[in-house]
Design a protein around this ligand. Structure first.
Ligand SMILES: Nc1ncnc2c1ncn2[C@@H]1O[C@H](COP(=O)(O)OP(=O)(O)OP(=O)(O)O)[C@@H](O)[C@H]1O
Ligand SMILES: [Mg+2]
Length: 381
């Protein structure tokens, strides 16, 4: 099955996987392919390196989707029948927007946003990015502006963080900690009443900053948005497990990402989240049957250059060893995930971050099962 068949009828497609396997590249290539086939697509990327933004000719991807120029793809043989919109997640802005939306009035909104404790906290939370990614996803999904939204996931050390983050934040907001803190007689008040306020007043004298006031005001104001937050988090949970949502697992054939893909697959199943397919990227392809590169022809070509010939032969043999290992890892990964037809994308000679590279990845993702082997063979060693 091609990726097109796998995401058919889905409104949300989430690309998960461990660090550096090609989530951002795959998300962009899927969005390009769907838009080429007539859909109105938004791709939400989280790419601190901003490679995608520059590839798409959007030097500054804002916190709202922006249209991507059709001409960019025409040059690479892709005719855009639909629309491609792209945005790069600005976690802090998304968090601020959410507070603004949930605050009961403008006064509370401004009080929270201007509060120093909030600013610190939101940067810390925003730094983890996971919660804001789904918050933005939700906002775009309910807007009904797009046929499909493709979500890239943050470059976290652990792919599972992405699934845990919303629950962690909701847990914090709904939990006793916050209720205790935000009550009028909460912790901030208690600290002051018990005289530990001395520390704060000493601090205030030294720094000129009234931390205690900030803290008390912050939790007081936040009390007003907690219910909205919890409700939103529940709606997000529902959206993630909706049959209109699909999670793709992106992996590479290297042992660690492959192992993480297996864990991730188990986690999706336990959490009741819909798994849509496995994409294995950066595969070094082993030529089936006779080697794709003829050693004696290579030696003849390099005749007279013995040292170079020897080095080339060694590099080729190393590559075949790696390709052999990839094949073994790939089989194991596919069988662990119960996937008899994983989507394979070869290791390209160059980075895949420009439009030319994305166009190649798009072709592999959207190739049907029958045409894929022939295309892969072109990259075989
Ligand atoms: N098939 C491929 N062949 C060659 N280079 C690739 C391929 N796929 C991705 N790359 C390159 O590998 C790098 C990492 O890819 P990408 O940014 O998509 O990974 P990621 O999973 O999003 O990483 P992170 O976890 O840091 O967000 C990029 O420079 C990209 O161009
Ligand atoms: Mg990325």
């Amino acid at each position: 099955m091609s990726i097109f068949e796998r995401v058919a009828g889905k409104r949300i497609c989430i690309c998960t996987g461990s660090g550096g396997v090609g989530k951002t590249t795959t998300a962009a290539a899927i969005a390009i392919g769907l838009a080429a086939r007539g859909q109105r697509v938004a791709v939400v990327t989280i790419d601190p390196a901003r490679r995608l933004a520059s590839a798409l000719g959007l030097e500054q991807l804002g916190n709202e989707p922006r249209p991507v120029e059709r001409e960019l793809f025409a040059r690479h043989g892709i005719a855009m029948r639909g629309e491609l919109w792209a945005m790069m997640l600005d976690a802090k802005r998304t968090f601020d927007d959410l507070i603004a939306l949930l605050a009961p009035d403008v006064g509370v909104r401004d009080e929270i946003l201007a509060n120093r404790v909030y600013q610190e906290l939101s940067s810390a939370v925003a730094g983890s990015q996971e919660f804001t990614a789904v918050a933005k996803l939700y906002e775009l999904a309910v807007s009904g502006r797009f046929d499909t939204i493709v979500l890239d996931t943050p470059p976290s050390r652990n792919a599972l963080d992405f699934l845990d983050a919303p629950q962690r934040l909701t847990g914090f907001l709904e939990g006793r900690t916050l209720t205790a803190l935000s009550a009028p007689t909460g912790v901030a008040g208690a600290i002051a009443a018990r005289g530990s306020g001395m520390i704060f007043s000493a601090l205030r004298r030294v720094t000129g900053v009234d931390l205690l006031d900030d803290l008390a005001n912050f939790f007081g104001a936040l009390g007003g948005v907690v219910d909205g937050f919890a409700e939103r988090a529940r709606a997000v949970d529902q959206l993630l497990s909706d049959p209109g949502t699909t999670f793709l697992i992106i992996a590479s054939p290297d042992p660690a990402p492959a192992q993480e893909a297996i864990f991730l697959h188990q986690r999706l199943a336990t959490a009741g989240l819909p798994f849509g397919g496995l994409v294995v990227n950066r595969v070094r392809v082993l030529a089936s049957g006779r080697p794709a590169v003829d050693e004696s022809a290579l030696l003849a070509d390099l005749g007279g250059l013995d040292e170079l010939a020897a080095k080339s032969m060694q590099a080729l043999r190393d590559m075949r060893t790696l390709a052999q290992r990839d094949t073994t890892n790939l089989r194991r990964l596919a069988s662990e995930l119960g996937e008899n037809d994983p989507i394979l994308v070869p290791q390209l000679d160059e980075e895949a971050s420009d439009v030319a590279g994305l166009a190649i990845v798009e072709r592999f993702l959207f190739a049907g099962s029958r045409e894929r082997p022939a295309r892969l063979a072109a990259y075989a060693f």
